[in-house]
Design a protein around this ligand. Sequence first.
Ligand SMILES: Nc1nc(SCCc2ccccc2)c2[nH]cnc2n1
Length: 160
Amino acid sequence: LPDCLQPKLFTLVLVTDGRRVLLGKKKRGFGEGYFNGFGGKVEAGETIRDAASRELLEEAGIAADSLTHRGTLTFLFDDRPQPWEVHVFHSDSYTGMPTESEEMAPQWFDYDSIPYQQMWADDVFWYPLLLKGSACFRGTFHFVNTHTLVKRDLSEVPCL
Ligand SMILES: Nc1nc(SCCc2ccccc2)c2[nH]cnc2n1
């Protein structure tokens, strides 16, 4: 595949504490106004896992004690040729205090009151797999006009 069609790598970190999940309200840029996990681009020269830790610290001011890779999500957009490959990590313990950053305003949500209407349309499908404990998943979601989900494919896969 020509380099320009290699997927663009991103990270996404979901931190849980009992039956609460820490989300951030995106204050600017891509996905502004949505609640999401913490993440961003994988920079040249860093591992995906290191990028996940870095973004969590930058965006929420906390350091995950451990990160478990739980899923790989591919996002296709009709107006972007390059697929996005988002590596989803979970942490159930961290150090520091969740702190607002320029990018994100952190907020805890009980599992039963996750604000899916203020989140990316794919989240309602894979969050239950992530939150129910140990499942790993792989999914592909196709968007048009950035926000409209037109096709989805999601399955549980063995955790490596
Ligand atoms: N939950 C979720 N997240 C993303 S982007 C996450 C990765 C990212 C990308 C750019 C800046 C920061 C973080 C999505 N895109 C399409 N559906 C989606 N669902």
